[in-house]
Each structure stands twice: as C-alpha cells, then as structure tokens.
Design a protein around this ligand. Structure first.
Ligand code: SAH
Ligand code: SF4
Ligand code: F3S
Length: 439
C-alpha cells in the first residue's frame, strides 16, 4: 500500500538541507511526499529553537495535528531538528500523541523510528550526538532536484558559544566535510545543470581549521572556482573573527564568487560584544569591512543584529545604530534578544523593559529600511548581470533572477533563459526586489 508523508521545515538553511535528506531517506523507504497534512500517514516537523517564538511555534503546530490523530490513531507524528535535539524524550511526555523525536545528528535513524511506530506503536527518540567519523559516514544523500541553485554543506555544528546562542547546544561541535567530497558534490550538481552553489555552515570561515591535513576555506573556494560549468559561488554564514586576509582576498581573486557577504555583527558596542563572547571588537570588524570594500568595491553587505541583549544601555544601542550608518548594509536581519536555556546570557541580569527594547528595535528597523532603500536605489539605470532562476510570481510573462549582490530582479522574458546569465537594465527598486528590462 502507498504511504504518504508531510514535512514542514522551520529555521535556517541547515534545516532546509536536513529536510532534503529526510525526503531522500523516506522516499527510499516507500514514502511519497504530499503537500497537506490531511493526506499524510506520517507528519514530520523539522524545527528551530534559535528564539523562543520559533520554539513555541512548534508546539502550536503540533496542537493543530491533534484532531487528525484523534480521527486516525494510526497516523504517525514526529519532530526533528533543533527543538527535538534540545528537548529529547521530554517532548514525548509533553505531547502525548507524538510518536517520535529525532535530533540533528540522527536523521539517518528516522526510517527505523518510523518502522517501530508502524509495527508496534512504539514511541521512540534518538538525540545522541555522533562523533566525526560516524557523522560523516552517515551523511545522507539528497535526491536530484532540478534547480538553478543548491546549498552544499561544508561544515556542521559550532564551537563558538556566543553567550546568547542555542546553536552549539543543538548542533554539536564543528565538523568539516573532506574537501574532496565537497568538490565532488559540486561537480555532480553542475553536471545535473546547477549554475550556482551556496556553501553552507554555521561558521564556514573555520572550515578545515581542526583538521591539519585539510585545505582552508579560501583554498576550497579557489578549487571550486575551477569547476567548468559552475557560474556562481556564494557562502553563508561567516563569523567576523574568522574572516582571514586570505578569505577577504577571495572577493578579488575568485572570479565566480558573488559580490555579497552576510557578516553578522550583532552589536556595535565593544562592551556588549564582549558579553556576547563574539571574539572581535567594533574596530576589528570595521577594518575587515574596509578591506572587503577595497578588494571588491561593488560588494554588498548584509548582517544580523540583536537588540536588547541583557544590560544594553542607550549608549550601547547608539553604537549599533552608528555601525549601521557607517557600514551601510544592503539588508539586515534584526532580532529582539530571546533568552535560551543552557546559554550563558540567560543567567545575566536583564533590567531593560520589553517596551524599551521594542522602541529600540523600531528605531533600528527604521534606520535600516532607509539605508536599504538608498543603497538599492543606486542600482537604478545600471545594467546588471542577472542569473535567471525561474518564472516570476508577478505575472506569466515575467521571469526572475538574482544579481551577484543577491538582489531579486523581475523582468519580461521566457523560460528558456532559466540557468543563464542575462543583462538587465534596472528601472525600479521596490522593498524586496528590482524591476528591469532585458537588454
Ligand atoms: N551561525 C550564524 C548565526 C546563526 S543564528 C552566525 O554566527 O552568524 C542566526 C542569528 O540569530 C544570529 O546571527 C543572531 O543574530 C540571532 N540569534 C541567535 N540567538 C539569538 C537569541 N537568543 N536571541 C535573539 N537573536 C538570536
Ligand atoms: Fe550561534 Fe555564535 Fe555559533 Fe553563530 S557563531 S551559531 S551566533 S554560537
Ligand atoms: Fe534554528 Fe537550528 Fe538553524 S536553532 S537557526 S534551525 S541551526
């Protein structure tokens, strides 16, 4: 009998790649993916716990599946990802109708947990961390998907322990994939028609650092640049403290590397950066940004910023606003600080009111929106190379693609352009995208 699964993914690109692995594993085990929970025999959530809101969302979503389970007791419901890793077995106690919990290092055990639930209604959890060898050997394959751009994992986990962050607790220690494996995967994707690859890791800059024999991340970029047929390379995310001079130089010397970097600064205040355990000062960060701009004058920067970290004063916050003005970010992801269990910051005295934090957040957002608008408007009347990704949702005759600076551009065109780089003259700049004409 045919069996169907429904999978919902929250959180960052790590979870997107993990979900691609989940899809491949379940497909190999007789399950077909469906787009509605109502049609499924197996419902899975791949979860994120980076902020409290994300975590609460998981319980909210699970609650929505309860009526389905009441109607069909043989329905299997499972939770994976970072909330699963954090909560483990406790989740089974909290949610009585939940069948299985699998952590970030246990995706490979999913088919076994599902089988146990199917055969003898056994409830199970698997949330132990694996060592490097086991983890690399168990790195599940993904099925082929026709796409212009794909993510390729180069490293997993994080050793940085920024004081506010749950990620090192739910993803384990840093593990880099052997460069030969990464290069072979990119070659394989390119031979299947992929034009652009984004290399992925919580902190790609520390790629290979723990493995004496391994090449550096900068060297890996040079090697990948040599792959025929690959058009563009990107990476995420970078930690400012590990941005080496070699890596900065890649923005001038690696031809396929795009003119965009996501470089989270989190706070503009040295006092707060220290409390955050970020390992750099404001001046260190700015020196690297200046060097990046020298090497690649057209580079666009994006960042992550946290507002309302414990003890943040008006002066600290002002330093963050100054940083936004000084660097000129094309976009920024701004977050209100959210205390996470097990983290060092959760134990710090936090004497700012929620109202005050929200006020600061709104001021930052306003400044950032003005900055973004001004930066993106400088593209108007320019002719930019755009890698075409697909049909635009705006209208049937429109296509969309991205500039090397990571801006979406909509323009009139046809599907045969997908995967090609075309020249587009930018006419209008909107909140999240440009509109232009192909020339
Ligand atoms: N590895 C990436 C970031 C992963 S989390 C890096 O180091 O750059 C993505 C972003 O979420 C972080 O950059 C940070 O800005 C935000 N974040 C993480 N923990 C948070 C918390 N407890 N409260 C608010 N924002 C948080
Ligand atoms: Fe979290 Fe810091 Fe690691 Fe990024 S570098 S994942 S913010 S601990
Ligand atoms: Fe969230 Fe886990 Fe990514 S906590 S941000 S899904 S690593």
């Amino acid at each position: 009998m045919d069996k169907y699964f429904f999978l919902e993914t929250f959180g960052c690109q790590m979870n997107i790649v993990d979900s691609e692995q989940i899809v491949a594993l379940l497909s190999a085990n007789g399950y077909t993916q469906v787009d509605s929970a109502k049609k499924a025999d197996l419902i899975l959530l791949n979860t994120c716990s980076v902020r409290d809101k994300a975590e609460r969302k998981v319980y909210g979503h699970l609650g929505r599946f309860k009526p389905l389970k009441d109607k069909r007791p043989d329905l299997i419901i499972g939770v994976g990802g970072c909330v699963a890793q954090q909560e483990g077995e406790k989740m089974l106690a909290k949610v009585p109708f939940l069948n299985l919990v699998f952590g970030t290092h246990n995706i490979h055990r999913l088919p076994e947990l599902v089988k146990q639930a199917e055969q003898n209604c056994q409830r199970g959890s698997a949330t132990d961390f694996q060592d490097r060898e086991t983890r690399l050997n168990l790195f599940p394959e993904r099925t082929f998907q026709e796409s212009v751009n794909r993510f390729v994992t180069v490293m997993q986990g994080c050793d940085n322990f920024c004081s506010y962050c749950i990620v090192p607790h739910v993803r384990g220690r840093e593990i880099s994939r052997p460069s030969d494996e990464v290069i072979a995967e990119v070659q394989g994707l390119v031979s299947q028609g992929v034009s652009e690859v984004t290399l992925l890791g919580q902190n790609v800059n520390s790629y290979g650092v723990k493995d004496v024999e391994e090449i550096s991340f900068a060297q890996l970029l040079h090697r990948l640049n040599d792959i025929d047929g690959l058009q563009r390379l990107r990476f995420a995310t970078s930690h400012p403290k590990d941005m080496t001079a070699d890596l900065i130089d890649c923005f001038g010397s690696v031809g396929k590397l795009c003119n965009h970097i996501h470089l989270p600064f989190q706070s503009g205040s040295d006092r707060i950066l220290k409390l955050m355990n970020r390992g750099y000062t404001r001046d260190d960060y700015l020196a690297k940004v200046n060097r990046l701009k020298e090497v690649c004058p057209d580079i666009r920067l994006t960042t992550d910023i946290i507002v309302g970290f414990p003890g943040e004063t008006e002066d600290d916050f002002q330093a963050t606003l100054d940083m936004v003005e000084q660097v000129g970010y094309a976009d920024a992801y701004t977050f209100l600080y959210s205390p996470r269990v097990e983290t060092a910051a959760a134990k710090m005295v936090d004497d700012q009111s929620a109202w005050q934090k929200q006020q600061r957040f709104d001021r930052l957002l306003q400044l950032q929106q003005q900055t973004s608008t001004a930066i993106w408007q400088t593209d108007i009347d320019q002719v930019l190379p755009v890698l075409v990704e697909g049909k635009s949702r705006r209208s049937e005759s429109q296509m969309f693609g991205r500039t090397t600076t990571n801006r979406i551009v909509n323009f009139t065109g046809t599907s045969d352009l997908i995967g090609k780089i075309v020249s587009v003259k930018i006419n209008e700049s909107h909140r999240n995208s440009h509109i232009g004409d192909r020339i």
